[in-house]
Ligand binder design. Structure first.
Ligand code: CO8
Length: 304
């Protein structure tokens, strides 16, 4: 995994943004590597996900599979980011549907065990991987659709909000939102910005302070998700939704996406190291460690 992280670190953000901005030179440069467009299966090296690219449609389906709850650990985040990067480099891929292979859970968010009882160095490494996953998805040239087939708190909600479009299973048992304050932690500015960009300032202000988790119906009302469908229709609806986005010339769509998102992306890029040190000093505080311990105990108690 250290190698994987080194690869991530080497990935040039400016090259990515250039390609994302749709400048044909940048794009050609970015995709210069020859690639055969074939249906692929499991091209991620780990067993934490499958990525199937249908070469006839250009749509990849990324299914997260890290039992029990798809919590986003350092390794898993790195796998997700690398898988997206591979799709980005494949000329035959125009869009990706992100969903879960686990029943009832899209993603439980960041792996709390990565933030509890870990050294500052490890926390910093973890946070860089969280940033990288967000940067890759939020700036992707691909059309990204989240097919949310289960609960999606905190980091799971963030992952879905990086996508261009969100479709959620209409099941009142599922919930979605940024519930960080309920854990006694604080969503960093770029989580907050992503939420504001999705649901607007006032709704985000209430939701973030109260750490609200929304039912699918309520998430639809506030615009956190764009569509609700019966669970069995989720991936097929996502594929159909993709057709609307594919009908727009790629360069026009990509430049527009960049215009909408670049200020938010640049804000993190210009404060990346400070954001890491802020995270590390916050999360390693005794009081925060106590809150996380309590939260973990409550999760376990709930089960007993
Ligand atoms: N991280 C690590 N382990 C987790 C997590 C998680 N996020 N969520 C659940 N688990 C563990 C449980 O502890 C349990 O472990 P064990 O089997 O050892 O007891 C196992 O996964 C299964 O969990 P449940 O029995 O609770 O499974 P259910 O199917 O009943 O419920 C839920 C699934 C709804 C996902 C539920 O587990 C849940 O609510 N989890 C907590 C989700 C959460 O609050 N996530 C927030 C993470 S923090 C984050 O993403 C952003 C942090 C930003 C940091 C900013 C700091 C500055």
């Amino acid at each position: 995994m250290a190698t994987a992280l080194r690869r991530l670190a080497k990935c040039s953000v400016s090259a990515r943004l250039l390609s994302f901005a749709g400048h044909s030179r940048g794009r050609r440069g970015h995709f210069a590597r020859p690639c055969t467009v074939v249906a692929q299966r499991n091209f991620s090296s780990a067993s934490t996900m499958t990525v199937d690219l249908d070469s006839s449609t250009g749509i990849a389906v990324m299914k997260l599979h890290s039992p029990p709850v798809n919590s986003l650990s350092l390794d898993f985040l790195t796998e997700i980011a690398i898988s997206l990067e591979k799709l980005e480099m494949n000329k035959g891929c125009r869009g990706v549907v992100v969903t879960s292979a686990l029943p009832k859970i899209f993603s439980a968010g960041l792996d709390i065990l990565e933030m509890y009882g870990k050294s500052p160095e490890r926390c910093g490494e973890f946070w860089r991987a969280v940033q990288e996953m967000w940067l890759k998805f939020y700036s992707s040239r691909l059309v990204t659709v989240a097919a949310i087939n289960g609960s999606s708190p905190a980091g799971g909600c963030l992952l879905s909000m990086t996508c261009d479009y969100r479709i959620m299973a209409d099941n009142p048992r599922y919930s979605i939102g940024l519930n960080e304050t309920q854990l006694g932690i604080v969503a960093p500015f770029w989580f907050k910005d992503t939420m504001v960009n999705t649901v607007g300032h006032r709704t985000a202000e209430i939701a973030l302070q109260l750490g609200l988790l929304y039912s699918p119906q309520d998430a639809l009302k506030i615009g956190m998700v764009d569509e609700l469908v019966p669970e069995e229709k989720l991936v097929s609806t996502a594929t159909e939704a993709m057709a609307r986005w594919f009908a727009i010339p790629d360069h026009a769509r990509q430049i527009t996406k960049s215009a909408m998102r670049k200020p938010t992306i640049d804000k993190l890029l210009s404060a990346r190291e400070t954001d890491i040190s802020n995270f590390v000093s916050f999360i390693t505080k005794d009081s925060i460690q106590k809150s996380l311990k309590l939260y973990l105990e409550n999760l376990r108690k709930k089960k007993a």
